[in-house]
Design a protein around this ligand. Structure first.
Ligand code: G6P
Ligand code: MN
Length: 445
């Protein structure tokens, strides 16, 4: 079985390859094709993978190419994990938004819109090529903003593209542990958009255990989201939000914290990864050691500013390995081997959330089998959550319209309609400033 990884020179590729190495089952991936636009990054990542495979017999064969069509031909699965504009682009997204007093995070608010505007055209081009060159392949989209990008690709690939994120899984696992439940046994009642969802219940043997958590401030203070949002607010909500909702519920504080930070997340990762790629190319350095240290530092500093403004302290040791690769592998195995499983994924709504149309990509528990991912019926969201979901979906639709038409007015509208952008004038200035720095936005006229 052949797996093609787009963004194959990316930093998280060794996580995926490490997971593949543990898979000894029949029908496992035997060939990995790495595609990247940057040959030197491919070279560095291959050195890490070689070290990972050195003690494993029958490790999947790895090849690398900068030719996209060649990478896609013959693929059974395609993982898409690209970063249009690189980490410098991410840092620019943050800087420009923060200068206008709004959030620049890569998936939330103005930063997410800028990133979406330059990523969607590239993702659509990939989707069209997959449809032509590998029409039977399944595409698993990791590229952020994951919900938006999956929806863009689904217009060309239908249900053959599925978006993934590890944050709902991590959240479900943390809640289950705090409640003393086995995360694999528990049913996590979660729904929303990517990075905009809520856990409304956690059922074990037919019983909802979430009320027990919400009633206990001590338990609420014992895990990441509990500390981030605070027991009071979670009790008021009656649900546990995805950690990215911290940017909404505590917007003023997070914007200020990011403005005051010495370096934004994107700038930190840009410098950190430049250092890693330089070291991983050196013959006298273990690329795997360098990668491992870099990864540990990245995990430990994840959402550091949010945790600081909330007084949430350090991340728990258990949370330091996200599980991103595990979700992807479980999904791929579920489809390839008809191993039925339930995963929280980004798929088309169909009739799951009645406030959205059937084509809208949402994040929801899905039953996975050889026919793909099927969203499970869930209770409706309460009004305040439906309001946010609809507002953000409307923004995503403007981004898709801008990417399809090249209309600058649609781009302005996308920024202006976002609940975290507080003036149409700010939206206009954001479009001015983003188009001035990003070559990937030159199509907006
Ligand atoms: C979480 C999010 C991902 C994100 C990742 C890394 O897992 O769900 O969407 O890509 O964190 O975040 P970072 O800030 O380290 O790039
Ligand atoms: Mn994510």
């Amino acid at each position: 079985m052949r797996l093609t990884i787009l963004g194959g020179g990316g930093f998280r590729v060794p996580l995926v390859y490490g997971a593949l190495l543990t898979d000894r089952g029949e029908g496992r991936v035997t060939d990995v094709v790495l595609h990247d636009t940057d040959d030197s990054r491919l070279h560095a990542v291959r050195r890490v993978l070689d070290e990972q495979a050195s003690t494993v017999s029958d490790a999947p064969r790895v090849t690398a190419t900068t030719d996209l069509d060649e990478a896609l031909r013959g693929a059974d699965f395609v993982f898409s994990a690209i970063r249009v504009g690189g980490l410098q682009g991410r840092a620019d997204d943050e800087r420009i938004a923060l200068a206008q007093g709004v959030l620049g995070q890569e998936t939330v608010g103005a930063g997410g819109i800028a990133y979406g505007l330059r990523t969607v055209p590239v993702a659509v081009d990939i989707a069209r090529r997959v449809a032509r060159l590998a029409p039977d392949a399944w595409v698993i989209n990791f590229t952020n903003p994951a919900g938006l990008v999956t929806e863009a690709m689904s217009r060309h690939l239908g249900d053959r593209v599925i978006g993934i994120c590890d944050s709902p899984v991590g959240l479900g696992r943390r809640i289950a542990r705090v409640l003393g439940a086995d995360p694999h046994e528990a049913w996590i009642d979660y729904v929303g958009l990517n990075h905009l969802g809520w856990v409304r219940g956690l059922r074990v043997a037919g019983r909802d255990e979430l009320p027990r958590l919400l009633a206990d401030p001590h338990l609420l203070g014992s895990f990441e989201e509990g500390r981030l949002f605070g027991a009071d607010w979670l009790q008021s909500l009656g649900a546990i939000p995805n950690e990215y909702l911290h940017y909404y519920y505590f917007n003023r504080e997070t914007v200020r914290a990011y403005q005051e930070a010495g370096r934004t997340r994107g700038a930190f990762l840009r410098d950190q990864q430049a250092d890693f790629y330089a070291r991983a190319r050196r013959a006298d350095v273990s690329a795997l050691d360098a990668w491992d240290r870099t990864r540990a530092e990245r995990e430990a500093t994840y959402m550091a500013e949010n945790r600081e403004t909330a007084g949430a302290g350090e991340r728990a040791a258990d949370d330091l390995s996200g599980g991103y690769e595990k979700v992807a592998l479980a999904l791929m195995r579920g489809i390839a081997r008809d191993e039925r499983t339930t995963l929280i994924l980004n798929v088309r709504n169909r009739s799951t959330l009645c406030a959205l149309d059937a084509e809208a990509v949402i994040e929801v528990p899905c039953l996975v089998d050889a026919n793909g991912a099927h969203p499970v019926a869930v209770d409706p969201l309460p009004g305040h959550a439906t309001g946010l979901v609809c507002a953000v979906k409307a923004v995503e639709r403007e981004i898709l319209a801008a990417a399809a038409s090249g209309s600058r007015a649609s781009a302005v509208k996308a920024f202006a309609l976002h609940p975290l952008v507080d003036s149409v004038n700010v939206a206009r200035r954001l479009v001015e400033d983003y188009t001035a720095v990003h070559p990937g936005l030159a199509y907006l006229t």
